[in-house]
Ligand binder design. Structure first.
Ligand SMILES: [Zn+2]
Length: 128
């Protein structure tokens, strides 16, 4: 998905965002809006921080969901093609444009190759 497609998707959820922001305003401001005299930069700073937190949460959930789907699809070792067994997921920190996220990456183990791998990338890489 390119930038244009992402912009289109964002426009499609504009109404949901509007409602969600209404709920957030009720939560962060006792009156549902900043009290008179609150500076624009304070309002903007809160908006930016909430926006960044929403972006991180969206990315984290999406990446985790994608990896889980890949793990359900991939039941074969990428090296020998043999069957694999699921292992405990590995915490995976990731630096995004809006800050760091952490998600659980599904892991699989091949008894034949005696190696663990991550089905979401379908290749071996160092794992604990
Ligand atoms: Zn193998």
């Amino acid at each position: 998905m390119g930038k244009e497609m992402a912009a289109q998707k964002a426009r499609e959820v504009k109404e949901e965002i509007r409602q969600f922001v209404g709920q957030l305003r009720q939560k962060v401001y006792p009156e549902g809006h900043p009290e008179w005299g609150t500076s624009f930069s304070d309002i903007e700073e809160l908006g930016v921080q909430i926006g960044d937190a929403v972006a991180r949460e969206f990315t984290e959930q999406s990446v985790a969901g994608q990896a889980e789907a890949a793990a359900e699809r991939e039941h074969r070792c990428p090296r020998c093609g043999g069957p694999v067994e699921a292992r405990d997921p590995e915490p995976r920190p990731l630096l995004t444009r809006r800050g760091e996220i952490a998600w659980q990456e599904p892991q699989a183990y091949c008894g034949e190759c005696r190696k663990a791998f991550f089905p979401s990338v379908a290749e071996f890489r160092h794992s604990g």
